[in-house]
Write a protein that binds this ligand. Structure first.
Ligand code: NAD
Length: 494
């Protein structure tokens, strides 16, 4: 197949927009080294224009004042349009990010589900009535949209992550400006077009494209009420610092070094499958990557042998081939990070039992599925997010030691346990310092279930009904009826 380059524009106030400078940047497909997209290179002035449009739509437009039912109808239409355009969207993600097309297709249907679910929340952003404040008072707490939301997203699941944020913000009446990663902006630009086509008013969603400074401007902008960011812990910290200048609310979904614990009594067939899927899915470029395997010493040799056997058979190759399960690494920088950490693992004395190198064929940026055994929790391959197809296996003796090792990194995004014993499952679920715990499954996500990190994996929760809290302020209204006791006594009272 001959790849061609698509020319994209930004979306500001409902109109296709170029950068004021006229500058553009391009993206090469990491698997094919061919330019597949050209995008406006926004500057601070372009961000300011987009924020002004979102501000105006929020302060003076109909969106925040509409009934939830009206907003829900528009969001459902976006979901339908995502389904209608899913093949085109999946293709864009595969060529821009290097992920397998079959997986990208699955992500598009999961993305549409997020818009369907957010639509239901649009009609449930209600509060409480307090009727026990004495006979003269009624207290109300009510949810109101937080305002203009700045959305900054990473390159690994561009449209899915945008859709963990945008429809939920829009559902409760917020307006937004989104900045996708400069490596994978295409589907977010198309999303802007679909949102318009669905009848969402101009200015409610604006899309700006560019590199880090575009996100930084969004995070510091005084007219942005909240910034919601998904990306690395390092940049998340910078976003929080920039947001602090105007004390805006932040939502942060950051990195992870997630452990899968396999107890001796586990269903090993299922566990092996989940370990291999968990670490190689999306080339390991996944916040939820199960990059640490914690295995009961009693079954460690057997389990590792089976994991290595399975990992050897994982088809790595052209993202546009339907049979590929592991595609290309997204960028030379990411490949360099993987290579640095693998070298450190070897130098630290871990046993490299599979892979450990970039692949000669196919051409492009591909990395071998890799397994390290006998990893110590103190090694960098057990502590740092590699964001590549590299598994670090650590042995443990007993559930308490497993919990201690699981909690021994700065991250706390997700964790999982494989066991047939309910006591072990619950002990681990309670002991793990992680926002999500999977028991006998891995990465099984639902729009209905909240997602977010403990510790340096983030702040706030997306999805589920808690998404309403994430994008709303809580207003208290105190109503008094009947005669009042005067603070300054009146002449009559004297
Ligand atoms: P990144 O932090 O490098 O970039 C994320 C976004 O921030 C990009 O759009 C980038 O242009 C922008 N950015 C860069 N510098 C900025 C600055 N100073 N101010 C504001 N914005 C700035 O992350 P990435 O490499 O695109 O993605 C990989 C990371 O994302 C990994 O650490 C991964 O774990 C994390 N991630 C987390 C989740 C989650 O839900 N917790 C999901 C996916 C990815």
């Amino acid at each position: 197949m001959t790849l061609t380059a698509t020319e994209y524009t930004m979306l500001i106030a409902g109109e296709p927009a170029e950068a004021m400078s006229g500058d553009r940047f391009v993206r090469e497909s990491p698997a094919h080294d061919v330019v597949v997209g050209s995008y406006p290179s926004a500057s601070a002035e372009d961000v300011d224009r987009a924020v002004e449009a979102a501000r105006d739509a929020f302060d003076h437009g109909a969106w925040a004042r509409e009934s939830g039912a009206v907003r829900a109808r528009a969001l459902r239409r976006v979901a339908e349009l995502i389904d209608e355009h899913s093949e085109r969207l999946a293709y864009i993600e595969a060529v821009e990010s290097g992920k397998p097309i079959s997986q990208a297709r699955g992500e598009m249907s999961a993305t549409a589900e997020l818009w369907w679910y957010a639509a239901t929340l649009a009609q449930h952003a209600y509060g409480d009535a307090h009727n026990a404040l004495g006979e003269r008072y009624l207290g109300l707490t009510m949810r109101e949209p937080v305002g203009v939301v700045g959305v900054i997203t990473p390159w690994n699941f561009p449209l899915l992550i945008a859709s963990q944020k945008v429809p939920f913000a829009l559902a409760v009446g917020c307006t937004a400006v989104i900045k996708p990663s400069n490596l994978t902006p295409g589907t977010t630009v198309v999303l802007g077009e679909l949102v318009r086509e669905a009848g969402v008013p101009d200015g409610v969603l604006n899309v700006v494209t560019g590199r880090g400074p575009v996100g930084a401007r969004l995070a510091e902008h005084p007219d942005v009420d909240m910034v919601t960011f998904t990306g690395s812990t390092e940049v998340g910290s910078k976003v929080m610092t920039a947001a602090a200048r105007t004390l805006k609310r932040v939502g942060l979904e950051l990195g992870g070094k997630n452990p899968q614990i396999v107890m001796a009594d586990a269903d090993l067939d299922a566990a092996v499958d989940a370990v291999v899927f968990g670490v190689y899915f999306n080339q390991g470029e996944c916040c939820n990557s199960g990059s640490r395997l914690l295995v009961d010493a009693a079954i460690a040799d057997e389990l590792l042998e089976r994991v290595v056997d399975r990992a050897r058979d994982v088809p790595v190759g052209d993202p546009l081939d339907d049979n590929t399960l592991v595609g290309a690494i997204a960028s030379p920088e990411q490949l360099a990070t993987i290579e640095r950490l693998v070298a450190e693992g070897k130098a630290d004395g871990a046993d490299l039992v599979l892979g450990g190198d970039r692949m000669e064929t196919p051409a492009g940026r591909f990395y071998e599925p890799t397994v390290f055994a006998n990893v110590a929790p103190s090694m960098s391959i057990a502590r740092e997010e590699i964001f590549g197809p590299v598994l670090s296996a650590i042995r443990f003796n007993g559930i308490d030691e497993a919990i201690g090792i699981a909690n021994s990194t700065v991250y706390g995004l997700s964790a999982g346990v494989w066991t047939r014993d309910i006591d072990s499952a619950l002990t681990f679920a309670r002991g793990a310092r992680a926002g999500t715990v999977w028991v006998n499954c891995w990465m099984d996500g639902f729009p209905e279930l909240s997602f977010g990190g403990y510790k340096q994996s983030g702040i706030g929760r997306e999805l589920g009904r808690h998404a309403i809290d994430e994008f709303t302020e809580l207003k208290t209204v105190t109503i008094h009826t009947g005669p009042r006791t005067m603070w300054v006594p009146t002449g009559d009272a004297a």
